[in-house]
Design a protein around this ligand. Structure first.
Ligand SMILES: *[C@@H]1O[C@H](CO)[C@@H](O)[C@H](O)[C@H]1NC(C)=O
Length: 406
């Protein structure tokens, strides 16, 4: 039953992903009905998805993915961070969890914790950089530091301001540790990973956040009043807000990558916007942008790397209904909804589902106003010389069309 993806569909999809060399997907496994890792590998291979992130170091996945083209980012669970501050423990962890699987399994990254900066446990944050340093030392000792990058995915809640993008700045209470973290990323040439969900902004304030703007649908967008850059979608604005936040702390050269983004196809009645039509639109539009190798307005020549969330619907995830419905696929390998490929590729009816007929553009108008900050924060008018200096420096980089990296 797992391989009953209609052939036409599969062909469309594989061609689709085939063009998007940087596209990754998050392979969460909080379900009791998910296919085995070797079946998942077959599926990813058919779809030509070659980048995956898992939320642990599941030996079954790491073994099953050996000798495949799939690159994997593994995760150190938050509970492990305190222990891995100890260099000996870190060495033991890398020796037993990573070393046995490489190079046959292409482990390219280690996510040290997930959303540590915004975890309820405030002491967790203190363990982050020491744990990263110990793991990095262990990788170096084992000769793996050049092939495996270390970072941590953060939620957008690390930002105090995210709108307009040039106002992006980190929350004051985390800047001490954030500074150490950014120094680590800069030194090791590792990316900043952000879990960014425009869906949350829409859900929290559907009356003032324009749906078309968060869905990447055609809309007038907004212009950042400081940089004059035009944004036609919220995800890129969020990515650039992170770039500005880092630049304000003196780290203008770190790459931002989207470690998670997605849209739930189902939600509770109070989860506005969580439905099949929006999920299909969001992911379809995002895939289209990825195929075009797009960067953000601030980094137009650097393709924005994105990991979709998620591969499967996960039936054992706690929380609101949406949490169990982010998957592009059902556990049996059928698509959770039509990502819009049939219409995008001009193929037809065999793939039509209950949802595919509802892809007509939404009638919600954008004309009333520019998008507002979902958190309701007022636009900060930075007057300081320092601020204008780095706005100048960043826009200079844009106009010179020269990435700031390396
Ligand atoms: C939303 O609705 C669910 C049940 O449908 C309820 O458990 C939850 O508390 C509600 N959340 C809010 C923020 O009102």
């Amino acid at each position: 039953m797992f391989f009953h993806i209609p052939l036409l569909f599969l062909l469309s999809f594989s061609g689709f992903f085939g063009g998007a060399t940087s596209l990754g997907i998050n392979y969460g496994q909080i379900g009791n009905n998910l296919p085995s890792p070797d079946k998942v590998l077959d599926m990813l291979t058919a779809l030509r998805i070659t980048k995956v992130r898992i939320y642990d170091t599941n030996p079954q996945v790491l073994s099953a993915f050996a000798n495949s083209k799939v690159e994997i980012i593994v995760t150190v669970e938050n509970e492990m961070l305190a222990q891995l501050m100890d260099p000996q423990q870190a060495l033991r962890w890398v020796t037993t969890r990573i070393k046995p699987y490489v190079p046959a399994t292409r482990i390219t990254g280690i996510a040290v914790g997930n959303e540590v900066f915004t975890d309820d446990d405030m002491t967790l944050m203190e363990t982050l950089v020491p744990a990263m340093l110990s793991i990095h030392t262990a990788l170096t000792q084992l000769g793996l530091d050049s092939s495996i990058k270390i970072s941590t995915p953060s939620s957008l809640a690390v930002l105090q301001e995210s709108y307009p993008p040039s106002a992006g700045c980190f929350k004051p209470e985390i800047t001490g540790i954030m500074s150490q973290f950014l120094q680590f990323l800069s030194t090791t040439k590792s990316p900043f990973w952000i879990n960014a969900y425009p869906y949350f902004a829409y859900k929290d304030d559907p009356n003032s956040v324009p749906l078309e703007y968060v869905l990447f649908n055609p809309n007038p967008g907004m212009i950042d009043p400081f940089t004059r850059l035009h944004y036609d979608n919220m995800l890129y604005a969020q990515a650039d807000a992170v770039l500005f936040a880092m630049a304000k702390m003196g780290f203008g050269g770190i790459e931002v990558r989207i470690s998670e983004t997605g849209w739930p196809s189902k939600g509770d009645p109070n989860e506005t916007g969580a439905n099949v039509e929006n999920a299909a639109n969001y992911n379809r539009n995002l895939l289209r942008r990825q195929m075009a190798n797009e960067g953000t307005p601030l980094r137009p020549n650097l393709r924005l790397e994105i990991y979709l969330f998620a591969l499967f619907n996960e039936n054992l995830k706690p929380g609101p209904t949406s949490e169990r419905n982010y998957g592009l696929y059902q556990p049996d390998g059928t698509m959770a909804y039509n990502v819009g490929l049939s219409s995008f590729k001009g193929t037809s009816s065999s793939s039509s589902s209950s949802s595919s007929s509802s892809f007509s553009p939404s009638s919600i108008s954008l004309s009333s106003s520019a998008p507002t900050n979902p958190k309701g924060a007022t636009m900060g008018y930075y007057q300081s010389l320092v601020y204008w200096m780095f706005v100048y420096l960043l826009t200079y980089q844009v106009f010179m069309r020269r990435p700031m990296y390396n």
